[in-house]
Design a protein around this ligand. Structure first.
Ligand SMILES: C[S@@+](CC[C@H](N)C(=O)[O-])C[C@H]1O[C@@H](n2cnc3c(N)ncnc32)[C@H](O)[C@@H]1O
Length: 511
């Protein structure tokens, strides 16, 4: 890797591929296999969370909790809850879920846990964030006086314990007693143990009534987003988007070749778009074909924009904002000579590591696109611009907490300037694809409308349904790609849903 210069795609990463290229891995906040129905009734199967919770664990020395505060505990099930509470506390305090979940990062509450407890903690965290609006509404009905600001850790205990009582297949007595144990385990929260006990018991008693009174999709979506999506897509679609966000995303793989064969080997199905869809279960790195570099993790919608460049074999293609490299890999497999540019050295290390695992090659450039200048124009340019990521809320439920309206305005301004620069690097007759994983029109449709209205020497080439597996519902009237989280409904043998992506294809018609 180099700063503004050439380098190859050899593996220089020490961390290895923890999430796979594409940033849409389906591994974050995985919910295990069992949830309660809306009535609070358990619909569990063999691999239920409750079973995992009763499993004896070594749990690490301090139960995975916050350094300093938590006391030693070996009680089964407690280390996972302790880690989940610490992660929720961090996310509600403004930290990203990815950072808090990363078990390789020594600061993560998960770092000290054995894999089974990690999975349980992730499941609790995932449902806590996806259902946070409902959980806070339920707690608000029971806790009449607000907790003091310094009792934030108590709030985190209430949230993760309520998530288990309301939505996970954890027996009530286990959820309540572990909540109390958790409060006792930390000197900062032990004074609240009786309070936690009272709230959890009241929640268990009132569960069915509370859940029946809630408008779940509405409660779990911040009003500013709900209103935006209603304005952009209509009230009914906004409700369906919000509903889709309450479920866990599938695990989609892009395979180098033979999707049918890989679907059969891995127990998945081939989507109309060609991705292989699995139900997330266990560690991705242990799946057949991972070490051999036969596939990479990439949401089915995220796999579409690179394809819009058409036949790239032998062509010079710039993949701008490339890391961690899902689209770079697609272009390389298709035979392009790829230059992958990104501002983040750490993310490019992951790209390099991913390409090495896949046996693929690209020129890798660390650079800020605001300053970078290529030596010659490219036959094709893909700009996957930094965005609010509201299209990935199923996988990154913290997005609704971390982003606000001001972020969208700032990102839209950045995207407009990156689009203008990227356009300047497309050769005459060459193709430019602009995309974002955002549901916000300012980051998608409006960018292209303004770009063309300003007289840019480009013509839109509408995307055809047959280029995207026949998914005509994912095309706008102008012929751009617009996937929504409820597109591609579930069938008997596979989960439904797509990440929310926008992509437009333009061709340079004048110098
Ligand atoms: C949506 S992610 C890209 C995902 C990637 N294309 C893939 O498919 O795996 C956006 C990327 O933009 C990069 N980025 C943000 N601002 C940038 C800038 N000014 N110049 C270059 N890269 C930038 C970020 O580091 C991030 O990796």
């Amino acid at each position: 890797m180099s700063t503004g210069s050439r380098a190859d795609g050899e593996n220089r990463s020490k961390g290895g591929n923890r999430r796979g290229p594409g940033d849409h891995n389906g591994g974050a906040a995985s919910e295990g296999h069992v949830q309660r129905t809306a009535s609070g009734k358990s619909v569990g199967g063999k691999n239920s969370v409750s079973k995992a919770s009763g499993n004896k664990t070594s749990g690490g020395k301090n139960g995975g909790g916050k350094p300093g505060g938590r006391r030693p505990s070996l009680k089964p099930g407690l280390p996972a809850r302790s880690a989940a509470a610490a992660i929720i506390d961090a996310v509600l305090g403004g930290h990203s879920l990815d950072a808090a979940l990363d078990p390789v990062d020594g600061a993560s509450a998960l770092a000290v846990l054995p894999e089974r407890d990690r999975a349980l903690a992730r499941a609790i965290v995932g449902v806590s964030l996806r259902r946070l609006g409902q959980i806070e509404d339920a707690l608000g009905r029971l806790v009449t006086r607000p907790l003091p600001a310094k009792a934030r850790a108590v709030h985190a205990i209430l949230v993760i314990s309520a998530a288990q009582l309301l939505f996970l297949d954890v027996p009530d007595h286990a959820a309540v007693s572990l909540a109390v144990d958790l409060a006792h385990a930390d000197r900062h929260t032990e004074h609240y143990a009786t309070f936690v006990n009272g709230v959890m018991r009241a929640l268990a008693r009132g569960r069915a009534e509370i859940l029946a009174a809630q408008d779940a999709p509405r409660l779990n979506t911040p009003s500013w987003l709900y209103e935006r999506w209603s304005a952009a897509y209509g009230v009914e679609a906004a409700g369906r988007i919000a509903e889709a966000h309450m479920g866990e995303a599938a695990l989609d793989l892009t395979v180098k070749s033979d999707p049918q064969g890989w679907a059969e080997r891995l127990g998945g199905t081939v989507l109309p778009t060609g991705s292989v869809r699995l139900t997330p279960r266990g560690q991705i790195e242990r799946l057949d074909g991972y070490l051999d570099g036969a596939w990479w993790v990439q949401d089915a919608a995220a796999a579409l924009p690179a394809r819009l460049l058409g036949d790239v074999a032998g062509k010079r293609v710039a993949d701008l904002c490339a890391a961690p490299g899902g689209k770079t890999a697609e272009l390389a497999v298709a035979g392009a000579r790829v230059t992958a540019v990104d501002i983040s050295p750490a993310r490019l290390e992951r790209l390099a590591s991913n390409l090495a695992r896949l046996g693929l090659h690209a020129e890798i450039v660390v650079a800020d696109l605001a300053e970078w200048q290529p030596e010659a124009p490219f036959d094709a340019v893909l700009l996957d611009a930094p965005c609010s990521a509201t299209g990935t809320i199923r996988r990154h439920p913290d997005v609704v907490r971390l982003k606000g309206p001001a972020d969208i305005a700032a990102l839209a301004a950045l995207q407009a300037s990156l689009l203008r620069r990227a356009a300047g690097w497309v050769a005459l007759g060459g193709t430019l694809v602009y995309c974002t994983c955002s549901l916000e029109p300012e980051e998608g449709e409006q960018q292209i409308a303004r770009f063309l209205a300003e007289g840019a020497p480009f013509r839109r080439v509408p995307v055809r349904a047959d280029e995207i597996g026949g998914l005509a519902e994912c095309l706008t009237a102008d012929g751009d790609l617009r996937t929504l989280p409820f597109h591609l409904p579930a069938t008997d043998d596979r989960r439904g849903g797509l990440d929310g992506f926008f992509a437009a294809r333009l061709v340079r018609v004048e110098d």
